[in-house]
Design a protein around this ligand. Sequence first.
Ligand code: FES
Length: 163
Amino acid sequence: MAVCKCSGEQVASPQDVELMELLGHYRDYEGGLIPVLQGAQEIYGYLPAEVLEKISQELSLPFSEVFGVVTFYAQFHLKPRGRNIIRVCLGTACHVLGGSKIFAALQDELGVENGGTTDDLRFTLESVACIGACGLAPCIMINDDTHGRLVPSDMKKILEQYE
Ligand code: FES
């Protein structure tokens, strides 16, 4: 919901309108919860509590069921995410070649823990098991870009490439 500057009343934001259209499409569709959650996350960038409440009401599902699905699947996020998602590989090959040092350097540089997002929403930092580029170990992905054969001192320059 957005607040109208003239009247102070709550008005539907363009995102709310999009959500209602999505809900209208799936309201009578059995098994529609997952596609609605995926669509809502695309609209808002994450799944705020008030959006989950709206979904629960409109699909006539208990809030606990909606919340349970969101927390079960790793694809859903309850907090805002950064514009750039950094995935640091801590799989075996990367771990052996210093993946945890790369991770520590990124934590220092960004000031966030695993799963954390910087206050300016520029980056979210996550660790993952293997990104399928073991030959480039230790490596990370930022969005769809793979950066490999890294040393901790590379991190600052790499981060500068992302707004
Ligand atoms: S272990 Fe890191 S890419 Fe496979």
